[in-house]
Design a protein around this ligand. Structure first.
Ligand code: FE
Length: 243
């Protein structure tokens, strides 16, 4: 399995606190059947200044530790980028990057609303040949109230990624129910862990896949896995339009 959203890099954000915790997370990932992780530390200027260069360095360092310890996991560089109306400039200044350097760029919305400039930003990024992936839309309050907002962003060419813990119920029954609705409606393209630690924000990817398999069949689990692989290798993502 490939995990495209994970806070495994040490000491860069609210994920792994130090290298020991990163290694603990790596071991848990392997237990889950994960072979590749795209490290996606938060990028939010002034709060988390994890620019492209820093992420590439930290990822290389973590891989050396994993090699040394013979942990069969490979980590690739990425970012979870908080949207702002200056992102286009950050892209031009080479501060932000796609997942593993691909055209797929992981965007984080604020949790309580969808800013008015979101559509414009997505368009600007597309003009730069990037394809936005909206991280955990199932946890955005405005989208929960009005899923049409997400539908329109997806019609305009964005993708979305649901967090495994949302599927399993870690964020409450409302989020669980809404996640199921998004999967069922074809409004999501990826399931990823968004793991921050080995405690209350662990991986849960296997558990989520089991539930999707139970509710929707193995075919959809395979499609999600394939899509994660397509992102890692910068290939075309499979789209689902169920209605
Ligand atoms: Fe995250």
């Amino acid at each position: 399995m490939i995990d495209i959203h994970c806070h495994i890099l040490p000491k860069v954000d609210d994920g792994a606190r130090d290298i020991h915790e990163s290694i603990e997370m790596a071991r848990k990932a392997v237990e889950q059947g994960i072979s590749n992780i795209i490290a996606t530390p938060h990028y939010n200027k002034g709060i988390y200044d994890n620019d492209k260069g820093l992420v590439m360095n930290e990822t290389a360092k973590l891989n050396l530790f994993l090699d040394d310890l013979e942990i069969p996991l490979k980590v690739w560089p990425g970012q979870e980028i908080r949207i702002s109306d200056e992102l286009s400039d950050d892209f031009d200044n080479n501060e932000i990057m796609g997942l593993n350097g691909s055209q797929y760029i992981l965007l984080e919305l604020p949790s309580n609303h969808v800013p008015r400039y979101t559509e414009r930003l997505i368009y600007d990024l597309q003009m730069k040949r990037m394809t936005p992936i909206i991280a955990h839309p199932e946890r955005n309050m405005e989208i929960m109230k009005n899923p049409q907002i997400l539908k329109e962003l997806i019609w305009k060419g964005a993708y979305s990624q649901i967090t495994a813990g949302s599927i399993t119920g870690k964020f409450g029954w409302r989020t669980k129910r809404f996640s199921k609705y998004l999967v069922q409606s074809g409004l999501t393209h990826f399931i990823a862990s968004d793991a921050h630690n080995v405690g209350n924000r662990g991986f849960q990817l296997r558990e989520a896949h089991k539930l999707i398999e139970k509710n929707f069949g193995q075919g959809l689990v395979d499609a999600f896995n394939e899509n994660a692989e397509n992102v890692l290798y910068g290939m075309k993502v499979k789209e689902f339009l169920f209605d």
